[in-house]
Design a protein around this ligand. Structure first.
Ligand code: PMT
Length: 219
């Protein structure tokens, strides 16, 4: 038996990588598999939430009972999130969104030559920061994947984006595999969790999130 900790809540979330086109066949992406985000979407649904999952290219089947929109680029992800936000109680950014995209994508396949080739990149919008800064912002949960100094970088991101909760993981623990080891950060401090399958980690994240939502409502 699982208590419906998120009954009546609408959760919008992102998962997977983004793909930023260079030309019709090439692009910039990363090795996010989508497993953590999809496990969390499933856990939110099992906890009774209505879930809208905006996913970059993963090849994973959508979790049962979860509404989803497939996107490719960060700009498409931002548009889909913006469209899904009305009425959302919670936004969770699990996606590994590309920080930069090529200034323009070539219309035709770039041809090989012996000359050096320079790719000019421009920053992508920070979807989570934009959602958190809205006057009608839902309760925002961020993720941070770092290769070192997890506490400093994760808590720095949480504060910079003014997030009530952030899930921190090391890339060597969380990226691609079936297990993860995370630390949850909130206004009360850091809450390390044991290494576990992503489905179990997702359940733990939902329990922590639900607790914070109850505390906030009681204020
Ligand atoms: O997909 P898996 O293989 O299961 O791996 C899971 C994961 C490691 C990708 C996941 O657990 C994770 O940590 N996701 C966040 C990845 C990341 O590096 O985020 P970031 O530090 O670049 O960004 C911080 C936060 O801002 C994230 O919530 C991110 O979704 C969000 N963001 C970042 C950039 C951007 N342009 N828009 C955003 O919304």
């Amino acid at each position: 038996f699982q208590p419906k900790l998120l009954a009546g809540r609408k959760v919008v979330m992102t998962a997977g990588p983004t793909f930023e086109a260079i030309d019709p066949v090439r692009g910039i992406t990363n090795t996010s598999s989508g497993k953590m985000g999809y496990a969390l979407a499933q856990a939110c649904r099992r906890a009774g939430a209505e879930v809208m999952l905006v996913s970059g290219p993963t090849g994973l089947p959508a979790p049962l009972g979860v509404d989803h929109v497939d996107v490719r680029s960060a700009l498409q992800m931002r548009d889909a999130v913006t469209a899904a936000l009305p009425g959302a109680d919670v936004f969770i950014g699990v996606a590994a969104v590309a920080d930069y995209r090529p200034v323009s994508a070539a219309e035709h396949k770039v041809k090989k030559s012996s000359a050096e080739l320079t790719l000019t990149l421009t920053p992508n919008p920070d979807i989570l920061a934009e959602v958190a800064a809205r006057p009608d912002a839902p309760f925002c949960v961020g993720f941070a994947a770092e290769s070192r100094d997890l506490d400093a970088y994760a808590e720095g991101k949480r504060r910079a984006k003014r997030l009530p909760m952030l899930v921190g993981n090391l890339v060597q623990d969380g990226l691609g595999g079936d297990d993860n080891q995370v630390i949850l950060y909130d206004d009360a401090g850091r809450h390390p969790q044991p290494r576990a399958p992503k489905t179990v980690v997702a359940q733990r994240i939902v329990e922590h999130l639900a607790g914070l939502l109850v505390t906030r409502a009681a204020r």
